[in-house]
Design a protein around this ligand. Sequence first.
Ligand code: ADP
Ligand code: LRH
Length: 489
Amino acid sequence: MRLAAVDLGASSGRVMAGTVGPGVLSVAEVHRFPNGGVRVAHAGGSTLHWDILGLYRELLTGVQAAHKAGALDGLGIDSWAVDYGLLDASGALLGNPVNYRDARTEGVAERVLESVPARELFDVTGLQQLPFNTLYQLLAERDLSAAETMLLIPDLLNYWLTGVRGAERTNASTTQLYDVRSREWAVELATRVGIPPRLLPPLRDPGTVVGTLLPDLAAELALPELPVVAVGSHDTASAVVGVPAEPGTNSAYISSGTWSLVGLELDEPELGDAALAANFTNEGGVDGTIRFLRNVMGLWVLSESLRTWEARGTPVALPSVLAQAAEVPALSAVVDIDAPVFLPPGDMPSRIRRACAETGQRVPATPGEIVRCVLDSLALAYRRTVRQASELTGRPVDVVHVVGGGVRNELLCQLTADACGVPVLAGPVEAAALGNVLVQARALGAGLPDLAAMRALIRDTHELRRYEPSGREADWARAAARIDPKVVA
Ligand code: ADP
Ligand code: LRH
């Protein structure tokens, strides 16, 4: 079976051609294109958007190329979460989707929490507080009166491909408008906060067929009327399908890309007060699983640093700056990488230096020192989050799986093993595309009864790299105490 997996990350999109059969699983990149925010001015300021039409065009180019390389049997789309397009009653897109890093949501969550207590919101949705949850973004819209339907990014693209509107559950679970227990829209909550329930389209499960390519579109692209499958359309849900954990092992995962999503797979949501206080989330996974995790700021801080240096006319190549970072003494300076100051686009090197100065540490100067500080700080955040996940669920963690683009960062993988004090199993890089392809394959009749079978096939067909902790626990404990007075070294 040949399947196209469209995987749209916040920093790049790719179309992968997947092949699945008995004992066979591979994905080959056929088309990769950059993604990121596009700032557009208007009276009174500017808004950070996505270039949704550009992404759609690249998707079509990639699917065509994948089909040319070998006839396709289907396609599926996953993307970053929370963002959406609004359609009017005729199905036309109302405005360009806004990027979740835009400042329009400033103060919105705080206002909502004045009328709906955090405990109650968490009880219904199980979701972490992030300023850009879809709930807050919709409330930041100027005018919803012309809007008939809200479609999350993969659902919007699926609509353009098939003419069918809906909301796939794993991504719907990131909106903070979805009831984590009943697995239906939280209509009462939406009404209470002032979001018209008409915006929320019918829900569908991952692994169901959305529809087939619209005949005119298929003819224009010289493609057959392919089935379009709803995969785990939240990229992190597809990536977690692609985590090749052995059944019966005590493992945590880090889906490492623009964000680092750090947590465990559970059967039931964890909705206790301690999970709420630690700001963990219970996102919906494939096959009714729960992704109990926390967003760590991720490689965004590194890529934004590279962008800053390039804009200043002093570009730094990733491989060379990583080599320089590897030479910097470990834990010279660390910051709380999850601090809100690192969320919006901008000059990360200056923000890092300021955070080090404010905590009385040696201020990193060179790009190598800044990058080392970012990587040490990410590893420290992984340590904190893996430990919290384990404490909150009462489940030990003996191994940490790392998947996604961050697998290519060997220094970070080693630091992760050192900081967490357990081995890291790194790979596959393209876990989200693999998870996407596997769920499509099952929907189209390729066997693979459950997640365990899918993960066994990944283990059989993909090499993982193992990193052992180097045993400097006391150094990491002291570093943790430097940025968090509650942690005792
Ligand atoms: P997303 O899906 O969020 O766009 P990816 O999973 O593609 O993110 O991961 C992108 C990140 O992977 C980059 O920001 C970069 O830090 C890291 N990365 C990609 N290639 C390499 C490489 N060759 N060496 C080290 N890091 C890499
Ligand atoms: C990662 C991701 C993450 C969300 C964020 C918006 O790409 O989907 O899981 O929290 O983007």
